[in-house]
Design a protein around this ligand. Structure first.
Ligand SMILES: N[C@@H](CCC(=O)N[C@@H](CS)C(=O)NCC(=O)O)C(=O)O
Length: 205
């Protein structure tokens, strides 16, 4: 069945989905829209809530990055079968989403005033990252370097988010968090993910 992922020509909240698809060796059409051309009315009109990412599989479709990633993880051996283990991972993925939403990427990218821009970045660097990353680090350390004790979709969700934050805010948020840095390396070095990264063009915001 034909698979299509629609998102912008950046990593953002869809890169974890791309990584999961590549990791699973799934053939898909990676449709990327230019932010500068958005909104594209013909695309907006097919999106149930007007936003990307949007995933199509045959005649079925799904919005919401977390729902898309979770579904694809279930097809790729990245979602445990035990309901409790699934719930623990859902909790961590929702916490990663909380962190991402608090970094306010769209507000930062659109902010033109350099003082206000610096203030948003300082808040992320000095408060949000230490708060969340010290806890993520502790969780990973206690679970064999993974959020669920072994490789799962939560690791992919975290790595995609970390890379987007590093790129948008020009940071190395993993600095000083060795278990997080090791997880980043592990996911980036997975067969097929590594190949995809080596062949993709650099993202810019
Ligand atoms: N919670 C949604 C958020 C979707 C979202 O904010 N998408 C943004 C890009 S990251 C978008 O489509 N922006 C363009 C618009 O709203 O017109 C998800 O995780 O999929």
């Amino acid at each position: 069945m034909a698979k299509k992922l629609h998102y912008f020509d950046v990593n953002g909240i869809a890169e974890s989905i791309r990584y999961i698809l590549h990791y699973g060796g799934q053939k898909f059409e990676d449709i990327k829209y230019k932010g500068s051309e958005w909104p594209i009315e013909s695309v907006k009109n097919i999106l149930p809530y007007g936003q990307l990412p949007f995933y199509e599989e045959g005649n079925k479709s799904l919005n919401q990055s977390v729902a898309i990633a979770r579904y694809l993880a279930s097809q790729t051996g990245l979602l445990p079968s035990d309901p409790w283990e699934q719930a623990v991972l859902d909790a961590i993925v929702l916490t990663i989403s909380d962190f991402w939403n608090k970094t306010k990427p769209a507000e930062y990218i659109n902010e033109q005033d350099p003082t206000k821009k610096a203030a948003i970045r300082a808040h992320i660097y000095n408060e949000l990252i230490p708060y969340y990353f010290s806890r993520f680090e502790k969780h990973l350390k206690a679970n064999n370097g993974h959020f669920g004790g072994k490789l799962t979709w939560a690791d992919f969700m975290f790595v995609g988010t970390l890379e987007a934050v590093n790129l948008i805010y020009n940071l190395n948020a993993d600095n000083g968090y060795p278990t997080i840095a090791a997880l980043l390396k592990t996911v980036r070095n997975l067969p097929k993910v590594k190949e995809y990264i080596a062949n993709r063009k650099p993202y810019a915001f």
